[in-house]
Design a protein around this ligand. Structure first.
Ligand code: SF4
Length: 461
């Protein structure tokens, strides 16, 4: 089957472990700065010895909400050689607390320092193909010795300007697809299950064996559930000027005291989603699913599936593969970035992935058409949802929005699994196209800039 533009993203690039609160504003910038640090060490000795600092210029949504999202800390951490998967959250939160303290960047033959005065939140418009742009400059006094431009494109993915894009047709996977229609055609032609297709493609992309892929999916679930458990324990207020109180432990105690009431199921789910989201807002370690802002939806649903529905590990893994397939399709054909799509790109995608997860877990022999229907409903009812976080913090509306996204995912699963899949009139490919067009039409004010909507009610907080 000839596929012109196949998906070549790994499951472990979609589900990434790292610190909150924002994959595009925290994980992506940290990775970009880490890459810059390594490039500096390859510069000629004379350039390295002349340098005295690094200037960091942030544009677009990174400038508008980067302070609240900790972009400045994340970039300095990357320059210090810290990485998202292994960074110590408390150490990260301490960076740049003191305005006069600078940090030594020891790489190659350089002896330079960087501090808060070197991070520039630029309010000018910058001609760039992406909403989240970073320019990093190695300097000696006023003179720029070397610079790189990076784009943070959502979910912790980055692009370096000028870097040749990998030709997707040069990456060979056994079952290539770029749309849901192509995915369904591969399944039908080869008479294989979605699990088999996803595992075979992942093995080809990463070189990992199937047993290692399964172990890594278990590890991802483990990190998600650790975030839920921490959030259920941690009380108090979240960092930032809003002084928002954590609510997950309260909901959890409430649900536990409500034995078998019809509401307790929803309150447990709310508590799990809020727990992971509050950990994200506090800068704790979470898993992008598909982003950090939306890192409460799937952890909440998988925690529920494990502890209330008692699905075994194999079933949970199958559900995660279905969720990944949906996340890939949205990322490939629209975007999972709040700065590009508004919140429909983050929570909308997470909700669609969650609906696919639930459907796959509940119907081990179910058809791809039912998974598609669940995912389509998940996205359809988030179309047009804006991103306007108060004060630039991933707190209001983000934390509750994760719980709402999970509950919509649950209902999407219920709707999709009643009646026949042929009742479904809108395809997943069609709704993803609508999402892309809606994101393009949406005013920039509603795309992670905190310049409109709910963000303007900040004075009441
Ligand atoms: S409103 Fe939605 S897209 Fe925007 S930061 Fe919050 S979770 Fe992310």
């Amino acid at each position: 089957m000839a596929i012109s533009n196949p998906i070549t993203t790994s499951i472990f690039d979609l589900f990434k472990i790292g610190p909150g609160p924002s994959s595009s504003h925290t994980i992506g910038p940290m990775k970009a700065a880490f890459d810059f640090r390594h490039r500096l060490a390859t510069l000629p000795d004379a350039v390295q010895q002349q340098a005295d600092t690094i200037h960091i210029h942030l544009y677009g949504s990174l400038s508008a909400t980067g302070k609240g999202h900790g972009t400045d800390r994340a970039i300095v951490a990357g320059l210090l050689g810290w990485q998202p998967e292994t960074v110590e959250p408390d150490a990260l939160l301490k960076l740049l607390r003191e305005p006069d303290v600078t940090y030594p960047v020891e790489t190659g033959k350089m002896s330079i320092t960087v501090g808060p005065q070197h991070v520039h939140f630029e309010r000018v418009r910058y001609d760039s193909p992406y909403a989240n742009t970073m320019v990093l400059k190695l300097a000696a006094g006023e003179q720029t010795l070397y610079e790189e431009e990076y784009y943070s494109i959502g979910g912790g993915f980055i692009i370096r300007k000028g870097e040749p894009e990998v030709d997707p047709t040069s990456v060979s996977v056994p079952y290539p697809y770029g749309t849901m229609n192509e995915l369904k055609a591969q399944l039908a032609t080869h008479k294989i299950t979605l699990d088999e297709l996803m595992l075979a493609n992942e093995a080809a992309l990463t070189g990992l064996s199937r047993s290692v892929i399964n172990q890594k999916i278990d590890q991802i679930l483990d990190f998600m559930h650790k975030a839920v458990r921490r959030g259920l324990r941690h009380k108090g207020t979240l960092p930032g000027t809003i002084r928002l109180s954590r609510k997950a432990p309260i909901l959890y105690q409430q649900a536990k005291g409500m034995s078998q009431s019809s509401d307790s199921f929803l309150i447990f789910l709310n508590a799990y989603c809020l727990a992971a989201s509050e950990e994200n807002a506090a800068g704790g370690i979470v898993v992008t699913a598909p982003t950090s802002g939306a890192s409460g939806v799937i952890p909440g649903l998988t925690f529920l599936a494990k502890h209330h529905f008692h699905y075994d590990k194999a079933t949970l893994r199958s559900g995660m593969l279905a969720a990944a397939a949906v996340g890939f399709l949205v990322k490939h054909n629209a975007s999972i970035s709040g700065a590009e799509m508004g919140c429909m790109g983050e929570i909308g995608t997470a909700s669609a992935m969650g609906a696919a997860f639930l459907t796959r877990c509940a119907q081990p022999t179910g058809t791809i058409n039912t998974i598609e229907a669940a995912a389509e409903i998940g996205i359809e009812h988030h179309l047009g949802m804006t991103c306007d976080p108060i004060g630039g913090y991933v707190q209001i509306p983000c934390i509750e929005r994760n719980a709402m996204g999970a509950i919509k995912a649950y209902n999407a699963f219920l709707l999709a699994t009643s009646g026949a899949a042929s009742f479904q009139k809108i395809s997943l490919d069609a709704v993803v196209k609508v999402m892309k067009a809606t994101g393009r039409d949406m005013s920039t004010k509603y795309k992670e800039t905190s310049e409109a909507g709910l963000a303007l009610s900040a004075t009441e907080c």
